[in-house]
Structures are given as C-alpha cells and as structure tokens.
Design a protein around this ligand. Sequence first.
Ligand code: ADP
Length: 255
Amino acid sequence: MPDAIIEIDKVSKRFGQLEVLKDLTFNVAPGEKLALIGPSGSGKTTILRILMTLEQINGGHIKVDGEQLWHMPANGGLAPANEAHLHRMRAKIGMVFQLFNLFPHMTVLRNVMLPPILTQGVRKEDAEARAMELLDMVGMAEKATAKPAQLSGGQKQRVAIARALALQPKVMLFDEVTSALDPELVEEVLNVMRRLAEETDMTMLLVTHEMSFAHDFADRVLFFDGGRIVEEGPPDQIFTNPREERTQGFLKKVI
Ligand code: ADP
C-alpha cells in the first residue's frame, strides 16, 4: 500500500472545556475517497477545518503529503506554523464549504481564475484557459460571465467546486456541500462530485448527511460519535451490516 497522504495521529481538540476530538487517529491513502458520517456535533467539520489549518490542535500529530501540518518546536509543544509553511500546506488542500463563498462582485470566470493568479503566480491566459475547462466540467461554462447573484444555489456550489479545483490541490475536502440547497438542486451538485470521484485520482474527504451518496461515493466510511471514530469500513458493510450499536442507531434515524 502506498504511503498515506494524510496521517492523523492521536489528535485532540478542545474548544474551552469542550473536548471535541479525542485521540483521533486515522490515515488516508492517496486517491482514497473517504466519507465522514455521524451525528451533529461529533467533530466531523472540526477535523476538516484542522486539515485546512483553520483550527489548531491541542495534541497529537498531523502530516499531509509527508509534512507536519504544524511546526514542532524543540520543547515538544505545538506552535503555529509560520506564514510560508502555512501557505505551502494550504496549497495542498482545497475545501468546499456548506455555504457558497464566491466573491459576489466578480463574474463566475474571475471567481475561478483569480485564486491561481493571486496565490500561485499563474499567468492570466493559463488561468483563464484552465478556469474555462473546469467550468465546462461542472456544467457552468455558459454562465462564465454571470455574477453569483444570478445563479441558483446548486450552480453556485458547482462554481465553488471549480474554484477549489483551479488551485490543483492534492486533497479536496467537502463539508456538507448540499445541506444549504433546496432539495431539487442537490442532485446536480452530487452528480458533479460523483463524476469527480470517478474521473480523478484526487484524494477526497466528504462530510455528508446524504447517506446514499456517501455509499456510492466512498471507498471507506468513518462513523464519528463524540469526537471519536466508533466504526469504519467499506460502505457496503457500514450501511448494510454495521457492527456497533451506535452506528446502527444513527443509521436507523437517518435512512
Ligand atoms: P459535526 O461536523 O460533526 O456536526 P463539529 O465539528 O462542527 O461537528 O462540532 C463539534 C463540536 O464542537 C460541537 O459541539 C460544536 O458546537 C463545537 N464547536 C465547533 N466549532 C466551535 C468553535 N469555533 N467554538 C466553540 N465550539 C465549537
């Protein structure tokens, strides 16, 4: 088996008194499609935010693509990464959030082409060509000149996916990307993600409440409860024959 692209080793995270992640340990293989499921408040979003370096950890170690996410000072504690290190680590990971976070005053095309120009020094013509390819892939090429306010929620989320891909990350994180959408718009976004999962060898982590989508999308499912992984396995096993009572109880409620 190839080396893990993400290594999470005994990670703990607290918000004040609240212990949100407890000795969390799991690895992700390159190209693996992983679904994180579990009750609200179980820590799924927090681990994605930690991987995006939007949150620090209180203990443990994380490596992404062979590099520590945080610098480890000589005294063994945890220290914030310096700017250059943060920048390099952030370039490895792209994230699409629950709420659309497009720049409202820019066209769809500029939303997708600008990040590579600003953060990676990509030439304008190259960024534009790549943005058009990605917009085509998510079925949004004919809306290239539209502003976000002219788009439906599903269309905005497809542009947000293209924008995250424009930075060519090694890992993509999807956090409840359909939960703010009207039901009739969910499927168009899931279709784009399904195609991505099938056609690219990018590593993907998905937090979702769409259990049938998690089943189709994932190579492996992690069931979180109370800041720990209670059970993990291939989707067929987790969804049709879960071993743990807590997994069974959760699935009974949501399916
Ligand atoms: P999930 O994604 O599984 O629903 P989260 O990772 O969002 O769970 O949240 C885990 C717990 O951490 C929840 O109890 C939540 O209220 C708490 N939490 C998340 N972010 C913060 C924060 N910035 N400050 C305080 N508490 C937080």
